[in-house]
Design a protein. Structure first.
Ligand code: ATP
Ligand code: MG
Length: 366
């Protein structure tokens, strides 16, 4: 076991899930979540995120494997006895109750006395800056206000674990960004362990301690946001997270930490061998737009230079986004800072671009 697993608060141990007895929608999931950690499950639609959350919440049972909470298997504990706070997109507030009654409900269920209840409700409302709204009914609130109340209701009984499934999906950009900040602040201040589901990668990268990237019922990579972005382990993760340039080719040679790759247009480049093993392997070479330089003075002498044709040069305020044709790929994008010395490029112009070999990752060809 690694050190993260030793103080694990939530553990999925070889968990599988099938709804129909045939197809596995969660395949051999092993995941340890530390106490107080903010872990996000990120992945495309249908990849199994909600299913994992539902099993943890107790609304679905695992077909195989165990789920542990604080060291104890919870397979047979019903949802309301797990002490988990939940915010689901369609887990609505009770419409016939006021906001304050909605918040008091989880406390009543737990037999908390009236005065303690009132105090906790008041604090929870303050926490989401809705102190003046206790007497309203959910229908008298905006969508964003309802989401904040749902959040307050999930936290009001001070759970050790909170599950959130796309809780901000319905909100406009500004409120969503505000709530992203609020949620992480609350979770960290209260020391709550959070499992958060989203298919918004920016949200995942900005909020999380670690992100589990799901595809097809499996975790493709589990890592801190910067590692995920800078060091994707396979082509799915490289393409799912952030903008990315890809070039297809074949591995010619692997020596120490350098792979020599022949791109499909015949050009030879060096790359870091990440998910290729031997000469002859097809590979997708991945490089982030901001790691490519067009200015020779900013390139170090060991940078790798390739030829490119400018297709589009777009002014975006703080940066220029340039689309190029590189080794047959017409969607090769680079981003350059809008610096005083940055010359405007013209479509049709032929230039040399360059990057450091270690920023160029040889991954599996999909
Ligand atoms: N109750 C159910 N009965 C049968 N199949 C289901 C059920 N719930 C989900 N599935 C299937 O399981 C797979 C995983 O679904 P899940 O809801 O976990 O995906 P998700 O990652 O949350 O997707 P989304 O981003 O669209 O919410 C999908 O193929 C889905 O069709
Ligand atoms: Mg879902």
């Amino acid at each position: 076991m690694n050190s993260a697993a030793n103080d694990a608060f939530v553990v999925f141990d070889r968990v599988q899930k099938s709804y129909d007895g045939e197809t596995l929608v969660v395949k051999d999931l092993n995941l340890s979540i530390g106490k107080g950690e903010f872990l996000t499950m990120l992945g495309p639609s249908g990849s199994g995120k909600t299913t994992c959350l539902m099993m943890l919440a107790g609304f679905e049972t695992a077909t195989h494997g165990d789920i542990l909470l604080d060291g104890e298997p919870i397979n047979n504990i019903p949802p309301h006895k797990r002490g988990i706070g939940m915010v689901f997109q369609n887990y609505a507030l009770f419409p016939h109750m006021t906001v304050a009654e909605n918040l008091a409900f989880p406390l009543e269920v737990r037999n908390i006395g009236k005065s303690a209840r009132e105090e906790k409700v008041r604090r929870a409302l303050e926490m989401v800056q809705m102190g003046a709204f206790g007497g309203r009914r959910p229908a008298q609130l905006s969508g964003g206000q309802q989401q904040r109340i749902a959040l307050a209701r999930a936290l009001v009984f001070e759970p050790e674990l909170v599950l959130m499934d796309e809780p901000l999906g319905a909100l406009d950009k500004q409120l969503r960004e505000h709530m992203q900040f609020e949620i992480t602040r609350l979770a960290h201040n209260l020391g709550i362990t959070t499992v958060y589901v989203t298919h918004d990668q920016t949200e995942a990268l900005t909020m999380s301690d670690r992100v589990a990237v799901f595809d097809d019922g499996r975790i493709q990579q589990l890592a801190a946001p910067d590692i995920l972005y800078e060091q994707p382990e396979n082509s799915f993760v490289a393409q799912f997270i952030g903008e990315n340039n890809t070039l297809l080719g074949t591995v010619k040679e692997i020596k120490d930490d350098v792979a020599l790759v022949e791109l499909d247009d015949g050009e030879l480049i060096d790359a870091k061998p990440v998910n290729v093993s031997k000469p002859g392997d097809r590979t997708l070479v991945s490089i982030r737009p901001e790691r490519v330089e067009i200015s020779k003075d900013r390139l170090s002498p060991d940078a790798h230079l390739v030829h490119a044709e400018v297709l589009e040069f777009i002014y975006m305020g703080d940066i220029y986004r340039t689309r190029l044709r590189v080794a047959g790929n017409e969607d090769f994008v680079i981003k350059t800072r809008n610096a005083p010395d940055q010359r405007r490029l013209k479509p049709g112009e032929h230039i040399e671009i360059g990057w450091m070999p270690q920023d160029c990752r040889a991954l599996d060809a999909p």
